[in-house]
Design a protein around this ligand. Structure first.
Ligand SMILES: [Zn+2]
Length: 259
């Protein structure tokens, strides 16, 4: 097995959203409310800092309805200006300019809000994600905020239609796990003492991993089920720990700094 070159990974907190289980899992109880973390993951590799996801746009702290529109009324949030992504990165001893690569699990409003912190970075995203984000189906439009991407048109984007070993050393594997959106991806992080599989929104809560339940907003539910089966196989066959971005138990139980 290739030697791990990842040194450490921090899970950085972002906004906390409140949403009913019915939004996260097809057939879920609309009266069960969950408090959802929206973290970003900062990974230290000798070839540079890699960030997986960028959380929500900080403009929602002062004026969520102004930036997100009516959506904000259905997703109450808790977030403070002292906890924005730039400050979180400074908190672990880096600056936003130090981030060389940004991997976007997908372009939803709670993942793509911080792209403009990194104008000099190389952005990596699954094929068709950006095109879809610009013109989604009407029923899914609320989850994509055009102002999150318009300023990034001139950025250095690498769109991948296949899995990719980022630095050719087996330490960071970009994995296509589409279905939630056309270009949804996951990232297998090979840390010195354990492997973590960052699943983005391939699945939303632990119970949906077991039942292989899709999410009402998924663009292709059949593909979502295959992707959930894929991440389960990777978890089991690679002895990896899954980190489900929005799962409150993962957030509470997994260490936020892993070396
Ligand atoms: Zn999503």
């Amino acid at each position: 097995m290739a030697e791990s070159k990842v040194r450490r990974m921090w899970t950085l907190p972002g906004a906390e959203l409140t949403a009913p289980l019915a939004l996260l899992v097809q057939g879920g109880d609309p009266n069960t409310l969950l408090t959802l973390p929206c973290p970003s993951f900062l990974i230290e590799h000798p070839k540079g800092l890699v960030l997986f996801d960028t959380g929500c746009n900080p403009k929602i702290i002062d004026d969520a309805v102004g930036y997100w529109g009516e959506t904000a009324r259905h997703l109450p949030l808790k977030w403070s200006k002292s906890d924005t992504l730039d400050k979180q990165i400074e908190g672990v001893g880096y600056k936003t300019e130090d981030v060389k690569y940004v991997i976007l699990s997908h372009a939803h409003l709670d993942h793509a809000g911080g792209l403009t912190y990194f104008p000099k970075a190389k952005f990596i995203v699954g094929s068709n994600e950006l095109r879809y984000a610009y013109w989604p189906d009407p029923a899914r439009r609320w989850a994509f905020i055009l102002d999150d991407y318009i300023p990034t048109r001139g950025y250095d984007w690498l769109e991948l239609g296949a899995d990719f070993d980022l630095f050719g050393d087996g330490s960071l594997k970009f994995l296509l796990t589409p279905g939630h959106t056309p270009g949804e991806c996951s990232l297998l992080v090979n840390l010195p003492n354990r492997k973590i599989l960052l699943t983005g929104d391939t699945v939303h809560v632990r119970s949906a991993v077991v039942t292989e339940a899709t999410m009402p907003l998924d663009t292709n539910p059949n593909q979502s089920v295959e992707s959930i089966q894929r991440i389960k196989a990777i978890r089991d066959m690679h002895d990896a720990t899954m980190w489900i971005t929005h799962d409150p138990e993962d957030w509470a139980e997994l260490p936020h700094k892993i070396e």
